[in-house]
Design a protein. Structure first.
Ligand code: IMP
Ligand code: MG
Length: 178
């Protein structure tokens, strides 16, 4: 698996340092409130597990599943959200946790999907942001790192469901993507 890596963009240390900063920021921002964290599966599972442990608040943690890529590094432009929301969102302070904000298509669809349930507040947090790739006008309220315009894997992010368990964020060798 590691033979397929061209370059590490964000090391395990970089990520852990940044997540503890973000967690402290969120703890301050939502002080005194109960926070509903909604993770976007599957890519969020590592990021959410780590950031949740740096948010020193009463949190409820839920998940939604969204997919648009399949076995490809190019978005299909169509987002599938797997189910209706079966937990209370109305009047809650909601923070959507995403692995990466790329074209913006997924987060736009998810935000609208959650907003229909009338939360008291709705913000978004993405570990990585690739602003150069945006097709829709959306930004995350909290971002871990600005990511160069490359398809990345690791720390929850996959290529064909592999590489999610790498502890860092990396770019694969070009021949792997073809
Ligand atoms: P968007 O809808 O184009 O913003 O893409 C968001 C989703 O696509 C993310 O939640 C990821 O699952 C996936 N994605 C986008 N860019 C990458 C990448 O560089 N590596 C792995 N997955 C990606
Ligand atoms: Mg994916």
């Amino acid at each position: 698996m590691k033979d397929n890596i061209k370059e590490i963009l964000f090391t395990e240390e970089d990520i852990h340092r940044r997540i503890s900063e973000l967690g402290a920021e969120l703890t301050e921002e939502y002080a005194g409130k109960q926070l509903l964290l909604i993770g976007v599966l599957k890519g969020c599972f590592v990021f959410l597990a780590d950031i949740a442990r740096h948010i020193d608040l009463d949190c409820e943690i839920r998940f939604l599943t969204a997919s648009s890529y399949g076995f490809s590094s190019v978005t299909s432009g169509k987002v599938n959200i797997d189910k209706e929301i079966d937990f209370d969102v109305k009047g809650r302070d909601v923070l959507i946790i995403e692995d990466i904000l790329d074209s913006g298509i997924t987060l736009t669809a998810l935000r609208a999907f959650v907003a229909k349930h009338k939360p008291a507040s709705l913000k978004t947090c993405a570990l990585l942001d690739k602003p150069d790739r945006r097709q829709l006008p959306i930004n995350a309220d909290y971002v871990g790192f600005i990511c160069p315009n490359e398809f990345v894997v690791g720390y929850g992010l996959d290529y064909g469901e592999r590489y999610r368990n790498l502890p860092y964020v990396a770019v694969l060798k070009p021949e792997i993507y073809s």
